[in-house]
Write a protein that binds this ligand. Structure first.
Ligand SMILES: Cc1cc2nc3c(=O)[nH]c(=O)nc-3n(C[C@H](O)[C@H](O)[C@H](O)COP(=O)(O)OP(=O)(O)OC[C@H]3O[C@@H](n4cnc5c(N)ncnc54)[C@H](O)[C@@H]3O)c2cc1C
Length: 689
């Protein structure tokens, strides 16, 4: 049995390191989290009692029976304490709740553990089961008791209490004598292998349980110390910061993605840089966390607070254009629409602007910023020549890119992780008054991508964007029954900013397109706002309020046809169509933390459903995550404004590759107390990133 005991010790050590046990030991503890944990545990506590009884009743040998019998005596009846606590904490739920969706994972794991009782006929395995369960309890118990004390829920409890812990500590099973006797017990090879398998399964189930409980807390957040947050609000108010609480703060708990939601205790409405310095400095002093937010147009919690406090920078939106220097100086909340309104007076426009003009300049360059001119000019972030920032440590700095390259790395395409941009100096370019657009239809994706590559080197249009759409060919019999039969077609839009007319024949001769489907001209201003009516339609149809698990990848150009085809074939109908394709050169100086594939050129593929209904969401997210995993394994990189699930350390490691450690170091350097955070990075944080 010695090998079994050693294996248990090894697993115990591993269990003690999982994020949830670390949280129990010394992490944030709120009353709400403690109460939820107690309710979530119910099914397991009750199943444990049944395991004790059944395990004992199936014993055969008298010597080992004694150990199991004793264990039954010592641990049975504790459910009464548990029910006492459930009532004391007011977390007694309905039968529907205990047997419903929310508790499904705890039930499954409890039943998996109970199945061990029926798996083998041998008494040694029953003892191994008891030893494993006791060992998991040894890891959980002391931490749970201290956690409840920190949650301020420790009084009048019986199960989650020090007295229970003492009882557990005094158990015979833990006595050295018993352990020594068991260590001397010889098991044959077959039995030993079975017992080692049992130990592994039991600990795996507990690690799963711990990870589920951790996720439950992360899913609802609100786990900063209540005292510190209250103090933060008092200090912030006393320094004249504008705070909103209650219903008007609630909207900051979700984003355009519409998938995640977190409680928000308060929002600081920053009016100027000084407000940001104050807000961040108080957070540093009190050890609370803030989440930078502009318009909340991201989709995976990039701007959702993980800890209830939002730093809203959208009110800072002054714009000043210096036509001589061809620069615009924008407050972080200024939108691209507001910027164009001023810059077009001087026939100047940004090098790259997004399709949605109502995004903030600060939020867009914090994601990177892609648009229809990216094949020529890369990301919007690359055209930031001057920055003013407030670091996570609360320091105000400003400067030009060439003097402060590290500062630019910390902010651009870095999702508000290290610092807050308070002014963005953006280079502008001259434009003509009008834009002429040709649209070409293609039957084959390979032909269109070939032409996009050619056009990015010869006869370069000012704007280039492509779309995929499918047409319905009736129903066809698939592996799982009849499904719609679709064929994909592609359209390439090429736009030229010119004052004189461009002859479409001049453009078409070099292309493999099947048909010219559009030739039209408009002003630069209305071309820039070409998606307005689409967004308006989404708002009016209710699609804007639905979920938006948007997926954007940068694909290596050489495998783009294959990868994009995989996406088109595997995406469920809920993702709609009209997927976008962009072409991006590989030889640009992209922002340091804007991850790109290892390739000479890239194709951007964006799947942007207008809205996914609640009913379709779960299947849509499952499909998206399977496709995403596959694409990333095949060299694709994600654009980080879209739906990313709950990315863990492994995701970030893979995403940043060799820059991963630099990326972690940059956080430590600019935000030493990890004051700036968001739901996007919450899993990483709990993993110690
Ligand atoms: C309809 C629609 C169309 C879109 N079209 C495009 C497009 O064409 N091209 C494109 O690239 N993207 C596009 N996006 C995505 C968009 O770029 C990102 O979601 C962008 O981050 C959202 O900007 P926001 O102003 O709402 O910022 P938020 O969502 O509020 O913030 C985005 C991220 O930036 C951080 N942040 C915000 N402000 C600052 C600051 N001042 N300093 C430091 N960090 C900050 C936040 O913490 C967060 O991590 C689109 C989104 C929508 C909803």
């Amino acid at each position: 049995m010695l090998a079994i005991q050693r294996s248990i010790k090894k697993h115990q050590l591993r269990l003690s390191q999982v994020p949830f046990l670390r949280r129990l030991e010394s992490g944030e503890a709120t009353m709400e989290d403690g109460r939820q944990f107690a309710a979530d545990l119910t099914f397991w506590v009750m199943t444990f009692q049944d395991i004790l009884r059944l395990n004992r009743s199936r014993m055969r040998q008298s010597t080992l029976s004694e150990i199991v019998e004793q264990h039954l005596r010592e641990d049975s009846g504790h459910e009464k304490w548990f029910w006492h606590d459930v009532r004391a904490l007011s977390v007694l739920r309905s039968a529907e709740w205990y047997f419903g969706e929310e508790c499904a994972r705890v039930r499954e794991l409890s039943l998996e553990l109970a199945s061990e009782v029926f798996r083998s006929e041998h008494d040694e395995l029953r003892v191994a089961l008891i030893l494993s369960l006791e060992a998991t309890g040894e890891e959980f118990f002391p931490r749970v008791v201290s956690y409840f004390e920190r949650c301020n829920l420790g009084h009048d409890l019986k199960y989650f209490a020090q007295t229970h812990r003492e009882v557990e500590r005094n158990h015979e099973v833990f006595e050295t004598k018993t352990h020594e006797a068991l260590a001397r017990l010889q098991l044959d090879a077959e039995r030993r292998a079975e017992a080692l398998g049992l130990v592994t399964r039991v600990f795996a189930a507990f690690e799963e349980l711990a990870s589920f409980l951790e996720q439950r807390i992360l899913d609802k957040t609100g786990h900063q110390s209540e005292g510190a947050v209250t103090k933060y609000l008092r200090d912030a108010a006393s320094r004249g910061l504008v705070l909103r609480v209650g219903a008007s703060a609630e909207a900051f708990g979700t984003d355009f993605g519409g998938i995640l939601r977190s409680p928000v205790t308060a929002v600081v409405d920053a009016r100027n840089e000084d407000d940001i310095v104050q807000a961040v400095s108080i957070a540093n002093a009190l050890g609370v966390q803030l989440t930078v937010r502009a318009g909340g147009n991201s989709q995976a919690g990039q701007s959702i607070p993980g800890s209830g406090l939002s730093l809203h920078v959208a009110p800072i939106r002054e714009i000043r254009v210096d036509p001589g220097a061809r620069m615009a100086f924008c407050g972080p909340g200024a939108t691209w629409r507001e910027l164009l309104l001023v810059s077009l007076k001087h026939d100047l426009i940004p090098y790259v602007q997004p399709l949605n003009l109502d995004l903030s300049v600060g939020g867009t360059v914090s994601a990177g910023g892609l648009g229809s001119s990216s094949h020529m000019h890369g990301t919007a972030a690359e055209h930031v020549g001057l920055l003013r920032i407030v670091t996570g440590g609360g320091k105000s700095i400003s400067g030009r890119r060439e003097d402060h390259p590290d500062m630019f790395d910390a902010v651009l395409a870095n999702q508000g992780r290290c610092a807050v941009a308070t002014e963005i100096g953006l280079s502008l370019r001259a434009t003509a008054g009008r834009v002429q657009t040709f649209a070409f239809r293609y039957n084959a994706l390979s032909d269109m991508l070939h032409d996009m590559k050619w056009l990015s080197r010869h006869d370069v249009p000012d704007h280039m964007e492509a779309f995929s759409s499918s047409f319905f060919l009736g129903m066809r019999c698939g592996a799982a029954g009849y499904v719609p039969h679709r064929r994909w077609a592609f359209t390439l839009h090429l736009s030229y900013e010119r004052d004189t007319e461009v002859d479409p024949r001049h453009v078409a001769t070099a292309l493999r397109a099947n048909e010219l489907v559009l030739n039209e001209s408009s002003t630069v201003a209305s071309y820039a706002a070409r998606y307005d009516s689409r967004f308006q339609f989404m708002r009016m149809s209710g699609a804007w309020q639905q979920a938006h698990p948007w997926l954007e990848w940068l694909l290596p150009a050489e495998t783009a046809v294959e990868l994009a085809t995989t996406v088109l074939e595997r995406l469920p109908a809920a993702f709609g169509e009209g997927h976008r394709l962009f072409y991006l050169p590989g030889d640009r100086d992209y922002p340091r933390f804007f991850a790109v594939p290892q390739a000479r050129e890239f194709v951007g593929l964006a799947v942007l459903p207008t809205g996914v209904s609640k009913e379709n969401l779960s299947a849509a997210l499952d499909a998206a995550s399977a496709i995403d995993r596959d694409l990333q394994e095949r060299g694709a990189k994600r654009y980080l404004s879209g739906w990313l699930g709950s990315p863990n350390r492994m995701f970030w490691q893979h995403h940043y590759g060799q820059k991963f450690e630099n990326w972690l170091d940059s956080k430590k350097r600019w935000d030493p107390n990890a004051v700036l955070q968001s739901r996007l990075f919450q899993t990483l944080e709990t993993e110690g990133g």
